[in-house]
Design a protein around this ligand. Sequence first.
Ligand code: SF4
Ligand code: SF4
Length: 419
Amino acid sequence: MHEWLPIGAEDLAEFDSAFPYIPDPRECMSCGLCLKVCPTAQVFQSEAESPRQRIRTISKLLVENLPISAEERLHLDSCVQCRACESVCPSKMPYGQLFDQAQHKTSKPPSFLARTAFQVIQHRYLLRWLMPGLALYLKLGLQKPLRASGLLKKIGLANAEALISKPTLQPLAEYYPATTEAHGTVALFTGCITAHFDQATLHAAIKVLNAIGYAVKVPRAQECCGALHQHNGHSASTFIANNIRVFNALEVDAVLHCTSGCGAMLSEYQSDDAEATECFHSRLYDANDFILQHWPETLPLETSNRTVAVHEPCSQRNVLRNSQTIYALLKKIPGLTVTPLADNHLCCGAGGAYMLTHPDNAAALGTLKHQCINSTAADVVVSTNFGCALFLRTPNINIEHPLCVLAKQLSSDVARIMR
Ligand code: SF4
Ligand code: SF4
């Protein structure tokens, strides 16, 4: 948590009560240290695209209560919300919180498409109903003619459609017992999109957890983490309240998340029920951290002579701040060479919904990241963020979750050896 100078009650009164904590953007001392790590300032080489200019704009909105110009709005909106500025700021500027509050204060009613997307994410049964249709769409090869017709572009769905991959229709089971000597039980947060489009990562996490002696519960009533809503000016309070209630009700040793974007949101949950929120946070871990902490030194892993390059998603690097865990975990695999991707401090451009709302900016950042990937001799790139992996993946670039790499190296005889 950031330490912050207290501000007066009269300042607080001006703001929407949806956010209980109002830091003061005027604390920015314009030192400029954040410019070097800000992807938009780097790509556009412009002060208007810098964190400190955005802080000035946010200050106008939240502290001075002044209207902002269309240009200021544009530059504020083009922030990819990577929060790299937070990690270097000597004033400990809580940029993410400030940005969410500014968005909340000025958010316009969402477009029909955005409203539909929010509804689908909000109601998991809608997402489940949609999946067979998507699978059929891909199976029948409708992508090609629909793309060629130009209709997708006309209705603003071309960028979203380009990201679609084959969904998994079968939901996860609700319980997976440990496959070696039992040490306890954990609950797994699956995420809304990941549950359908990246079950490979969830299965890998379950397999590794089972192998280190933990049974895994997957509660059906869990919902989306709420990040897309919160970072786009909408309330995530329904998701927050539901997930806190669902996970707190379970008798487990820990609640784990695998995807760093969701994990970042979960780790910053705030709600009106302080006791329940504290209870939720007290058991919440990144699955990678949990596995590393509970790693049995006798667990057999098969040797690999491959090279892995580690992409550090902004949500992991700047919010969870545990990138080193990934290197330590992968180094458990005998023979594996593990290297960081160059320029890991710069966002890849995916930025949650940013790749859809700002496709040109995202593409410019994605090109820089592809150059870094192409300059490595790695056999595989790993990333803990499914959004980044989806955005950066090409027919020539294979991006996996680090737990998938780890799970593949588990000895097939692990249960017998560990007993
Ligand atoms: S590093 Fe912090 S204090 Fe310095 S200019 Fe950036 S936001 Fe302001
Ligand atoms: S969150 Fe990222 S893109 Fe936005 S101002 Fe900070 S460094 Fe720049």
